[in-house]
Design a protein around this ligand. Structure first.
Ligand SMILES: N[C@@H](CC=O)C(=O)O
Length: 312
């Protein structure tokens, strides 16, 4: 039985971990590994999960695969977990996903950033309204990759069915202006993970998506507690230990100039180093180069030491 709207809001006030999509060597999805990763994260205390979403390699999955991995997550996790499923593409494809996720029991829809060369703020609002009309499920639009106005963000938060906004723009002032002018029951979520959690908290976020916490969930949970307690010193110390691995994720990797290209490969490597399932990535992403694999191992070892020093 999916969570109520207020239940989804409550879960957004926390740490949302991505369920990455493990593939075998032929790049076929390994569902049992999704299940195992989900259970490991749940046992560590994570209650909010993003399935078939951003770092699940949403864009490399077919519609059928998106529905199947979401169903795997719903079946694997206890009923007090909140599963937000990634929705995107043309209005009709997105509506098809919303209906299918409803059928398999997802709790809410994580609406992916628009994947279009030309977008209009009013057209986007219309898109969310049409998705909202498709189901009772709460919507959480993911704002990333474009720079909308505060007015747009305010109207977005006002769309019926929108219970939260995942904000992933490196502009804390805009976040503050938008969050302070929207209804209190809309939950603003930091979509840029631990590095932005402290500054965004002061501008109105009540939860954040995981970065290194995707594979070391204790970091995000402790950071969340420190933020909730208003213990800024501790929050900054915890945030700081996340930065080296998160900065590594932002790099372009070898033989490429595009920033962030290794981001998902680096999280998959982190999952493996933490004893969970990572594995290969699908194109257009590339695996880590051997040099970057070694760097990931060094950075993970540093993170591990820092966790022992700061958290234990
Ligand atoms: N927090 C994620 C983005 C969310 O889906 C990341 O670190 O990439």
């Amino acid at each position: 039985m999916p969570l109520s709207e207020s239940g989804v809001r409550e879960h957004l006030r926390g740490v949302a971990a991505g369920l990455l999509t493990p593939f075998d060597d032929e790049l076929v999805i390994e569902h049992e590994k999704i299940e195992e990763n989900a259970n490991t994260l749940y046992d560590a205390g994570i209650r909010t999960f993003l399935a078939a979403a951003n770092i699940s390699e949403y864009h490399s999955l077919s519609q059928t695969e998106r529905i199947a991995v979401t169903e795997t997550a719903v079946d694997a996790l206890p009923s007090d977990a909140c599963i937000l499923a990634g929705v995107g593409g043309s209005t009709s494809d997105a509506q098809e996903l919303v209906r299918a996720y409803d059928r398999v029991g997802a709790d809410a829809m994580m609406i992916m950033p628009p994947d279009h060369s030309y977008i209009h703020e009013r057209g986007l609002i219309r898109y969310y309204e049409k998705l909202d009309a498709e189901s009772e499920a709460p919507l959480v639009p993911y704002v990333k990759g474009f720079d909308p106005s505060v007015g747009y963000l305010r109207d977005l938060a006002g769309v019926d069915g929108v219970v939260g906004v995942k904000y992933a723009i490196e502009d804390a002032v805009k976040l503050g202006a938008a969050a302070s002018s929207t209804p209190e029951d809309v939950v603003w979520v930091d979509g840029l993970a631990e590095p932005f959690a402290v500054s965004f908290w002061n501008e109105g976020i009540e939860g954040f998506s995981a970065g290194v916490s995707n594979f070391r969930p204790e970091v995000g949970l402790e950071l969340f507690d420190a933020l909730t307690d208003g213990d800024w010193d501790r929050a900054r110390r915890i945030r700081n230990i996340c930065l080296p691995y998160q900065d590594f994720r932002d790099e372009s990797g070898e033989d490429n100039t595009l920033q962030g290209a290794i981001s998902i490969s680096a999280v998959k490597k982190g999952l493996e180093l933490a004893g969970m399932h990572g594995g290969p990535v699908r194109e257009p992403i590339q695996p880590l180069s051997p040099t970057d694999e070694r760097r990931a191992e060094e950075l993970y070892a540093q993170l591990d030491d820092d966790i022992a020093r700061i958290l234990d």
